[in-house]
Design a protein around this ligand. Structure first.
Ligand SMILES: [Zn+2]
Length: 278
């Protein structure tokens, strides 16, 4: 199980979020085979959406999507209001040692999409002016939401964690609070983020501040795909196309979930049942 903890530094009017998703991250990687550099950026993206869902009130799913033209061709990381996480990526070779901006490429499109169970989707486009994903997201929140935000993201093959600080709207008791809190957190490097637990990390970074640390909420790797949803997707292709696929694929149409790599197979009898009664 992973966990998310929020905290408040009231005098500075700053909200904080910490996520430790080591467990879900290992589970996600167990069915995938990504090069190290993809693990790093995909994990950071997964930590980022897990952090950001704590800062918005919504019922649905938040997705960070990258359509790249560098070594990273595609990346999707999602977190739902109920704490479900999932992520996937496609890449070419050659991303070792590159910054996020470099792996995504010069014409990359990066978007943050909020899909609500009820109501319209909301999408914001993120400019890649920073080398890091954390920097790009901070710039996005400052510019489009007028919320001063800073993120620290870290991931390797066994660990995946993140920290977010956000200046809340309204006046603070202490005008210099945001600046001071940021200064305190600026000493945080990836190895410390990845190896120190939330309560110790928060008290270590902000020991001079009055911090209210709230109870953790659970985060888990849960794909949410199902045979039923996959069948609906197959059906949407239309009878003729599906029957052609059945021929081409030797009597079974197979669909692999790109997130959890579960394989769903539909033979002639299944396909017949899908379209019967139409
Ligand atoms: Zn799945």
């Amino acid at each position: 199980m992973g966990s998310r903890r929020t905290f408040l530094i009231e005098a500075a009017n700053v909200r904080g979020v910490h996520v430790d998703i080591d467990g879900p991250w290992r589970e996600l990687l167990s069915s995938a085979d990504y090069p190290d550099w993809v693990v790093r950026w995909l994990g950071q993206a997964q930590a980022a959406v897990a952090l950001l869902t704590a800062t918005i009130k919504f019922d649905g799913r938040l997705s960070l999507q990258v359509k790249g033209d560098g070594p990273l061709r595609m990346l999707v990381a999602q977190a739902s209001a109920d704490g479900s996480l999932r992520a996937t990526a496609r890449s070419l070779g050659g991303g070792d040692g590159m910054s996020f901006r470099e792996v995504a490429g010069t014409a990359a499109q990066v978007a943050l999409t909020l899909s609500q169970r009820r109501g319209d989707d909301y999408q914001g486009l993120i400019a890649l002016e920073n080398d890091t994903l954390a920097g790009a997201l901070a710039t996005y929140f400052e510019r489009s939401e007028q919320l001063k935000t800073q993120l620290w993201l870290g991931a390797d093959k066994t660990r995946c964690r993140g920290l977010l600080l956000q200046r809340l709207p309204g006046d603070a008791e202490d005008d210099d609070g945001w600046h001071r809190v940021q200064q305190l957190a600026s000493t945080l490097f990836e190895e410390e983020l990845l190896s120190v637990d939330a309560d110790i990390l928060v008290s270590r970074l902000f020991h001079e501040e009055d911090v209210r640390l709230f109870d953790p909420s659970a985060l888990a790797f849960r794909c949410g795909c199902s045979r039923e949803r996959t069948a609906a997707m197959v059906k949407s292709l239309g009878r003729e196309d599906v029957e052609n696929l059945l021929q081409e694929q030797g009597g079974e149409v197979t669909v692999d979930c790109e997130f959890c790599h579960q394989r769903y197979g539909f033979d002639a009898k299944d396909v017949g049942a899908l379209f019967d009664g139409d």
